[in-house]
Design a protein around this ligand. Structure first.
Ligand code: PEP
Ligand code: MG
Length: 966
């Protein structure tokens, strides 16, 4: 079941699009004509099918039904998520209507052949259709008791609502009468036919969906009817006539009556939807690549619209918002599947099924537990009940909020889904097989599985904002505009916009926007992504808006019935109040409340399961995680996030902190004698010492790596004349001298210029002041009985002799301070590996260094020859899947493991291979230290620690544990 699209193309798809579409598929996937089919049942099925067809043609169609299936759950890439799920559910004995899947490879080949069916596909589809007809004992579109099918898309990755679905295929002017007779329910038959004509016209032929919807609404309005279900058969028959007339007017041909033609058209439409704009946008936004196409699932129809003993639903095996162990979802009685997700009718809660159809409810509960035990994951299910009998139409891993992700992982690893009594009850009723009755009363995953399941995005999104609890109740009450369904928790404030395009435009200009729609549809995903929050007038918790927003962890309220949107006038009215585009609202997605104005937001409490997972992860990982911190505040924050030390303190940040500090620094730079420079440095010393004392105290004995000055000096002095005049006046030197000094400091390529340890080769007194400040601070805290472990780090070294000189000087200063103080402090002196030469000659560098820390920002810059400062202008093209797609990720975000990584591996081997350096301490402090894939790579290289900004520390802790688990 897919979300209904609200906008269909109004004309046949243009040829130029086909061309570009097919060429882009050609780029991504080469179709191997001999598919290797590994899964259980498929191998024999594949060889049987080979015999029947030409002998060379790939197997492109896989059947399921009657507890047998040619495919299975392992074949997602070929059968898509839906197809492999249907096959797997069939194999584990769940009630699944029979059908067959056309593979994703057939879709890829369709594009390669300029939208033609690949050779052999027609024969295979016809063969499997006959097989399906035999299984169902009905013929597709037969005049008497017709077999009807659904035709649904399904790629290997879930793309909710992005592609097409056609239901009730096989109905025509004769078979509709047959269906009416055999079911004794003409209303149902004609309702199904009008749905089919409507879907076929818009999805396959591209006629306006709105026109047909309007015809339906006008008819209901003229009869004073609110619900579709109240339309009598005769009216529906008339409506079908109307629809067909419209079809003829628009296309010049009659609505297709031949079931095979209908099927052919529907399959083409599903294939075609793979390259529709909305699907392309969704894949871009979700960074889905590497897929070759969509599969097409053709399945016997079951009917949720056969009366009050029928219905349809979408549900989750656990609450996808909180993760609570309760069966959760939406249900519509007497309706077909797309009604639920399209948000046309507001559904009832799934639990109501227990009163309305108790047996179907019990059955569904058994299915829920079997699927969780089988997949060991929370599942998102679609089902239909036809006259009291349950049928499963889809299962897949369910999208969830980040808080739910943690809770589900922890509970699945520690608690059973059902109590023994619940399992026994279902067993007795024979809804739950014995094997499952045991499984569902035990935890289904291990702690390691739970750790592996959490993603870095889950962690990032845990830090959802909420409305500041300090906001007064009366203020909130006054501001309350409306309430709706709390689809995705968190809070968001922003300016309202009413179209996805405007959301994107406003956001591009830096505005925070709330996208307000009657309902959202897949065309809106770009704008939904750009918005900070989403508000819709209709729909339930599984509507398009809710599902998509949840996947992104984006605050969302749906079903806000009092909302009246005037798209033309770009305004909305809520309970008598009008708001224009651009006005602020605040959404509380946890409570489902809309407030007027911009309310202050704060970050929330983390769920208890977050701490449990992080505790498990810490116990499992072997690599340490430190934080990059320049202030005592950052240091304390890093500790709160679980850091075990500081991997990088950028001391130059301390010089920018206050006007006083900046001035002392500038005086030092402008000085032209050593004596003047030393006088200025003497002013800086106490500031640095104080900062280091604060950091050491915050870290309480944990290692603290302090890097000596790194940036080129010109970064500290003003470049505009007026500011230079001001500086000259303040520090009491002639303006001309300041001007000259600044111009002297100018470099054509400062990143490769006078920076890093080169500064201390030229001005040893800078090193002297910084080392003195570090060691004096260490002495001070030691005297206060606080443990301290400083690691003095020399940046940007390129040579053993260069580093040797600086290390020697560092030790000389440190020892003299310690000796004078009469205090012993253990400290290390090491270097950053940031230049290719240092990495290449790491064995020599290691001889004079007590530790290495990879500065992968600079190392990436220098190994790849990509400027850190300028690459932003062109590097996106290197990563953009629609452009050059040279790299999967920006190498400044995720380590270039092949190139930069190769040099790191070399440097580690060389460094630890130097005499007496087998245990050389090695870490990383570039931005990559907080990126999941890079952290895993660092673990594989045998690093001792990674270091990253405080908020990324949990991501690194988790990634390190995942790497250790393997
Ligand atoms: C690096 O180069 O990776 C690093 C940490 O130093 P900076 O970013 O300060 O140059
Ligand atoms: Mg650097």
């Amino acid at each position: 079941m897919m979300f209904m699209a609200t906008k269909a193309p109004t004309a046949p798809r243009p040829r130029s699009k086909k061309k570009s579409a097919s060429s882009s598929v050609g780029k991504t996937g080469k179709l191997a004509m001999a598919v290797e089919i590994k899964p259980r049942a498929a191998r024999s099925a594949a060889s049987k099918s080979k015999g029947k067809s030409s002998g060379k043609v790939t197997k492109m169609v896989f059947s399921w039904g009657n507890r047998k299936a040619e495919g299975d759950g392992t074949m997602k890439e070929i059968l898509g998520g839906k197809g492999s799920g249907l096959a797997e559910m069939t194999l584990i004995g769940l009630p699944v209507p029979a059908g067959f899947t056309i593979t994703t490879q057939a879709c890829a080949e369709f594009y390669r052949q300029d939208r033609q069916w690949p050779r052999g596909l027609e024969a295979q589809v016809r063969e499997h259709l006959v097989r399906l007809e035999k299984t169902c004992k009905k013929k597709l579109g037969a005049a008497k008791d017709p077999l009807l099918v659904s035709v649904r898309s399904g790629a290997a990755r879930s793309m909710p609502g992005m592609m097409e679905t056609i239901l009730n295929l096989g109905l025509n002017d004769q078979s509709v009468e047959g269906l009416a007779k055999v079911t004794g329910n003409p209303r149902f038959a004609w309702d199904s036919y009008r749905r089919f004509i409507q879907m076929y016209s818009s999805v396959v032929v591209g006629l306006s969906k709105e026109v047909l919807e309007n015809k339906l609404h006008t008819l209901k309005h003229s009869l004073g009817i609110v619900n579709d279900t109240d339309l009598p058969a005769e009216m529906l028959r008339q409506l079908c006539g109307d629809f067909k007339m419209f079809f003829r007017e628009q296309t010049g041909i009659d609505f297709p009556q031949d079931p095979w033609k209908q099927l052919h058209g529907a399959v083409n439409a599903v294939f075609g939807s793979w390259m529709a704009e909305k699907a392309l946008t969704y894949r871009r936004v979700e960074k889905i690549d590497g897929l070759i196409g969509t599969a097409v699932n053709i399945q016997q129809m079951v009917y949720g619209n056969m009366g009050d003993d029928s219905g349809t639903g979408v549900c989750f095996t656990r609450d996808p918002s909180t993760g609570e162990n309760q069966f959760y979802g939406d249900l519509l009685i007497n309706a077909q599947g797309e009604d639920v997700v399209a948000g046309i009718r507001t559904p009832m809660q799934l639990s109501e099924l227990s009163h309305k159809m108790p047996e179907a409810w019990e059955q569904l509960n058994a299915v829920r537990s079997m699927l969780e035990a089988h997949y060991k994951e929370m599942q998102d299910l679609e089902f239909t009940i036809e006259r009291g009998t349950l049928y499963m139409l889809q299962c897949r891993s369910g999208k969830r909020t980040p808080a739910a992700a943690f809770r589900i992982a922890v509970e699945q690893a520690t608690k059973p889904l059902l109590t023994a009594a619940q399992a026994q009850r279902l067993l007795k009723k024979k809804y739950l097989p014995k094997k499952y009755a045991k499984l569902v009363t035990k935890p289904v995953i291990t702690k390691d599985d739970a750790i592996q399941r959490i993603t870095s995005t889950d962690i990032e999104r845990l830090f959802y904002p909420v409305i500041d609890p300090a906001t007064s109740k009366s203020d909130l009450t006054q501001r309350q505009l409306a309430t709706g369904i709390n689809a995705v928790p968190g809070a968001a404030s922003g300016q309202i916009v009413f179209t996805a395009a405007e959301a994107e435009q406003f956001a591009a200009k830096g505005h925070k926007v709330i996208l307000v729609r009657k309902e959202t549809s897949p065309e809106d995903v770009g704008g939904m992504h750009a918005a900070v929050g989403i508000l819709t007038a209709t729909g339930g918790k599984t509507s398009h808006a809710a599902v998509v927003a949840r996947g992104w962890g984006k605050c969302c309220i749906v079903g806000c019935g009092v909302l009246h949107i005037d798209y033309e006038r770009k305004m909305m009215t809520v309970n008598g109040r009008s708001l224009n585009q651009g006005e602020f609202v605040t959404l509380d997605g946890s409570e489902g409340i809309v407030y007027g104005g911009e309310l202050p937001l704060v970050k929330p409490e983390l769920p208890p399961e977050y701490y449990t997972i992080m505790q498990w992860a810490d116990a499992r990982r072997t690599m340490k995680v430190r934080t990059n911190a320049d202030t005592p505040y950052d240091a304390a924050n890093g500790i709160k996030m679980g850091a075990e030390g500081i991997g990088l303190t950028r001391t130059e940040h301390m010089f920018f902190d206050t006007e006083e500090r900046r001035m002392a620094m500038q005086r030092m730079i402008v000085a032209d004698t050593e004596a003047d420079r030393r006088a200025a440095l003497d002013q800086l010393l106490p500031f640095q010492r104080e900062d280091f004392i604060g950091i050491f105290k915050a870290m309480d004995g944990r290692p603290v790596t302090i890097r000596l000055i790194d940036p080129p000096l010109h970064e500290f002095v003003p470049h505009e004349e007026a500011k230079q005049q001001e500086l000259a006046k303040r520090i009491g030197v002639p303006f001309e001298k300041v001007r000259q000094r600044v111009s002297q400091l100018h470099e054509s390529n400062p990143m490769l210029g006078h920076r890093g340890c080169r500064l201390c080769i030229t001005y040893p007194e800078i090193l002297e002041m910084q080392v003195r400040a570090i060691i004096e601070a260490a002495v001070e805290v030691t005297r206060q009985k606080i443990k301290v472990a400083p690691e003095i780090m020399i940046p940007l070294s390129i040579d053993k002799k260069e580093l040797g000189l600086l290390v020697e000087q560092t030790r000389r200063v440190a020892e003299s301070v310690l000796e004078a103080a009469g205090v012993r402090v253990n400290y290390l002196v090491g270097t950053m590996i940031e230049t290719p030469r240092a990495a290449l000659l790491a064995d020599q560098i290691a001889e004079v260094s007590e530790f290495f820390s990879f500065g992968t920002n600079d190392l990436t810059q220098m190994v790849m020859g990509l400027s850190r400062d300028d690459a932003g202008r062109f590097l996106p093209d290197y990563v953009d899947k629609a452009k050059a797609a040279i790299f999967d990720e920006d190498p400044f975000q995720s380590l270039d493991q092949q190139g930069v990584g190769m040099l790191m591996k070399w440097a580690i081997e060389k460094g630890r291979g130097a005499p007496g350096k087998r245990n050389l301490k090695i870490g990383i402090c570039g931005e990559h230290g907080g990126e999941s894939a890079s952290v895993k790579f660092c673990h594989a290289l045998g690093m001792d620690y990674v270091s990253c900004s405080p908020y990324r520390v949990p991501i690194a802790r988790l990634a390190a544990a995942q790497a250790a688990i393997g």
